[in-house]
Design a protein around this ligand. Structure first.
Ligand SMILES: O=c1nc[nH]c2c1ncn2[C@H]1C[C@H](O)[C@@H](COP(=O)(O)OP(=O)(O)OP(=O)(O)O)O1
Ligand SMILES: [Mg+2]
Length: 203
């Protein structure tokens, strides 16, 4: 199967920036959906997998191109896995990264550090076209803790409060390359590229 161009089915500029460096050296051109005027689509699934498929299918349908989508989020043990698939809408329909973090810190305010374990999860989906019956689905996770205060201003989303105890810094204090080498998204993309290479070599 010959592919020259792929649409990246996300409206999140933080993800786009990370994917841009992850895709450096990749032989196929990967452009964000904004380049093709694809609008965000409602994420009506109850799993990361369903939401990633919904986003990839939508972008593939609008553009006629193969698509990659990312559905990701933060799962906090002390909150029973919340905010999970609702991470981007945790503080409500008009949530921002800042209001989501405020709500998270408030929800955890009485939890001591040993109860603040969390993980980032990322599901990536590749669909060759919008009716692809066998999408490639890969996932990655990244373990950390939720700090009581923000640290750093890099990255996006919950990065300023995602604390990495072994590195004694937050995800927002890592440069992009260092974050990509260990993040949920970086790990999922390594698996996805391996499977895509096999698929593209087959046909
Ligand atoms: O590396 C990360 N560092 C910090 N925060 C992160 C990360 N990865 C996901 N997150 C958070 C951001 C958002 O609150 C939610 C993803 O929600 P999710 O629906 O997948 O993305 P989104 O709505 O921002 O953009 P889009 O759906 O167009 O891809 O998890
Ligand atoms: Mg979203």
């Amino acid at each position: 199967m010959k592919i020259d161009q792929i649409v990246l089915a996300t409206g999140n500029k933080g993800k786009v920036a990370e994917f841009a460096s992850l895709f450096e050296g990749f032989s196929i051109s990967v452009k964000p959906q904004s380049h093709f005027n694809v609008e965000d689509v409602p994420e009506t699934g109850t799993t990361f997998v369903e939401n990633a498929i919904i986003k990839a299918r939508h972008a593939a349908e609008v553009t006629g191109l193969p698509a990659i989508a990312d559905d990701s989020g933060l799962a906090v043990n002390a909150l029973g896995g919340a905010p999970g698939i609702y991470s981007s809408r945790y503080a409500g329909p008009d949530a921002t990264d800042a209001s989501n973090i405020d709500k998270l810190l408030d929800a955890l305010k009485s939890e001591p550090q040993q109860n603040r374990d969390a993980r980032f999860l990322c599901v990536l989906v590749f669909m060759r076209h919008h009716l692809d019956p066998t999408p490639i689905i890969c996932q990655g996770e990244w373990l950390g803790e939720i700090s009581t205060e923000r640290h750093g201003d890099g990255g996006f989303g919950y990065d300023p409060v995602f604390w990495l105890p072994e590195q004694q810094c937050s995800a927002a204090q890592l440069d992009k390359t260092t974050k990509n080498a260990q993040s949920h998204r970086g790990k999922a993309l390594v698996s996805l590229m391996k499977e895509m290479r096999e698929l593209l070599a087959q046909s």
